[in-house]
Design a protein around this ligand. Structure first.
Ligand code: SF4
Length: 267
């Protein structure tokens, strides 16, 4: 499936198949979209001034640059960005942790939005920023959030808790009220320098690859508890009722299970 966040979701793969799938994807130039991590998910954008008569800035180019900059950045929770090329807001940027909306003079920056259970519009942090100032401000906002939020706390509740709220955040990231701006900048620069595609790195690490087997004594053996049926011409996991009605999957010599059908992920 092509997701709303422009990722390609691939469903139904078994654990031991993942390295083979990723080998082909990495060789074809694909990168991990980090849908599994507490990290940047996606930067949604509209078509912007390149393709839309209402556009006042090139939202697509900015969105690509931001995604390349923040990809893989680990955080207390997932976070999303959006970039709209004018005030019509087709990218729904104000529903993101960091939302950017083009103006005639630059970019307006909004922070602390999200969808989900408790939808919240992002609040205006700064107006009419040039691109360089915008990126520096986002760098500091994200690093300040990463360093001070609780585990599993998204930007909206963090902003409700953080000292001074929106004004306090603005003072820290724009006026360096705590004297930590250089430290935040350096931390983001280090992230950008050290980024590597996690799947590419995993494929080159035999120790990590050993985790992608369901059984220690039969690494190529699929987990027999997995069962699939076909719907709309696609394979999907069988429901409990479908499994009960299906053929028995008994194995006489049960291999040793070292991991379930999913890998344990630390929150
Ligand atoms: S937000 Fe503005 S520039 Fe972007 S697609 Fe919508 S109308 Fe066009």
């Amino acid at each position: 499936k092509i997701t709303g966040g422009q990722r390609v979701d691939m469903f139904g793969a078994r654990l031991e198949q993942l390295p083979h799938i990723w080998r082909r994807l990495v060789d074809a130039g694909f990168e991990s979209g980090h849908a599994y991590g507490k990290s940047l998910r996606t930067v949604k954008s509209c078509v912007g001034s390149t393709w839309c008569r209402f556009g006042v800035q090139d939202s697509t180019t900015l969105a690509v640059a931001l995604e390349l900059r923040y990809r893989g950045l680990r955080a207390p929770h997932k976070f999303k960005l959006g970039v709209s090329g004018c005030a019509r807001e087709c990218a729904e940027a104000r529903g993101k942790d960091v939302g950017i909306i083009a103006t005639d003079r630059g970019w307006n920056l909004y922070v602390g939005g999200n969808g989900g259970f408790t939808p919240r519009h992002a609040e205006l942090l700064a107006e009419d920023l040039d691109t360089e100032t915008l990126v520096r401000t986002i760098d500091r906002f994200l690093m300040y959030y990463i360093r001070t939020a609780d585990r599993l706390q998204r930007t909206a509740p963090w902003m409700a808790d953080v000292e001074g709220g929106l004004d306090g955040v603005r003072a820290v990231v724009m006026d360096d009220s705590l004297g930590i701006a250089a430290e935040l900048d350096a931390a983001m620069a280090q992230h950008v320098d050290r980024y590597e595609d996690e799947w590419k790195a995993t494929l080159e690490d035999p120790e990590k690859l050993r985790r992608f087997a369901s059984f220690v004594n039969a690494p190529t053996q699929p987990d027999p508890t997995l069962a699939y049926v076909t719907e709309r011409g696609q394979r999907r996991p069988a429901t409990a009722a479908e499994r009960a009605a299906g053929a028995a999957l008994g194995m006489t010599d049960e291999p040793v299970l070292v991991a379930g059908p999913t890998l344990e992920v630390r929150a």
